[in-house]
Design a protein around this ligand. Sequence first.
Ligand code: NAD
Length: 350
Amino acid sequence: MTVFSHPDFDQHEKVAFHHDRASGLTAIIAVHNTRLGPALGGCRIYPYSNDAEALRDVLRLSRGMTYKASLARLPLGGGKSVIIANPHTDKTPELLAAMGDFVESFNGTYITAADSGSGVPEMEAFAKRTRHVVGAGNRDASHGGNRSGDPSPSTVNGVFAGLKAAAGFRLDRDLQGLNVAVQGVGQVGFGLAAQLVESGANVWVSDVYPANVERAVRELGVTAVAPDDIYGLDVDVFAPCAMGGILNETTLPVLKAKVIAGAANNQLGTAAIANELHQRGILYAPDYAINAGGLIDVFYEREGGSADTLNAHVLGIADTLKEIFLRSQEENLPTAVVADRVAMERVNAG
Ligand code: NAD
């Protein structure tokens, strides 16, 4: 296994491997870039089938966080950590304590947060060993409101603002009567669907977990469709809020929506899909730009700031997207390419 010649190595500043014999912890922390500030990024707990898979994930995810923080105009760099473990069976107090110590060994150049396989309880466990953690339970009311540590509501607000901006730019219309398909009605998708319904949009939803669909239908009055049918609906906007890789060679041919704006990370199956979307006149809101509300939320948890300051920053996601859309139009480039450029221009400018 190589690191410096790894295809996903992108001048990462630090990649540390750690094994703690007593607790069984096996983890990697990657700090991609700290030019704009300390690297903040979640801790993913996943039963990777081998070390190479874990390394690939942490290299790619940490780089993505540099882009996300930069586009969100946060004084933060990009980092990420992975624990090679089963999140359902392996999260012992000893293992989490050892991970807290590993995070602490970075002296604040890496700040950890929740990700797939980890949440508020794990952040609380890390917080017993390190100050460099966000999303660990109740925060002071002056720190963006008195909430549970869950950044999802801010993610919802950012995606909603971004979707509205995208519909305005591409379709020149507001949300009243707009037809929107929401894939996945979990924490973010449900909140997004609720705001859309409240604004007069017609909403279709899908989820592989039937109870979530039933709740959305019951509480929001949305229309349910089968998971595979969500792509081909004759709607104005497709909002992916489930998993990554869903914009691919299979789904693209059936898509009728002219706007794609949702929370899911890594929506593009391959980089080439960005070109195809652009050529077909489908406006894609780059995922890491539109879903940055959660990152902005945890930044204010750490640094302090009123709920109004947090909300204003989150709503600024719409302005960033408009800048990307405009530049994509002027330079005839896919929005995803423009987003990467804007992000790195800001990092390089320091
Ligand atoms: P969640 O787990 O609460 O919800 C995801 C939902 O998608 C679940 O209800 C799940 O059953 C459903 N789902 C899974 N596969 C599906 C499929 N094939 N078709 C339809 N539904 C499917 O997660 P979340 O916190 O709502 O996050 C949603 C997405 O947004 C994820 O990709 C996440 O990485 C991303 N994201 C979330 C946040 C946040 O603050 N929660 C921030 C940034 C990005």
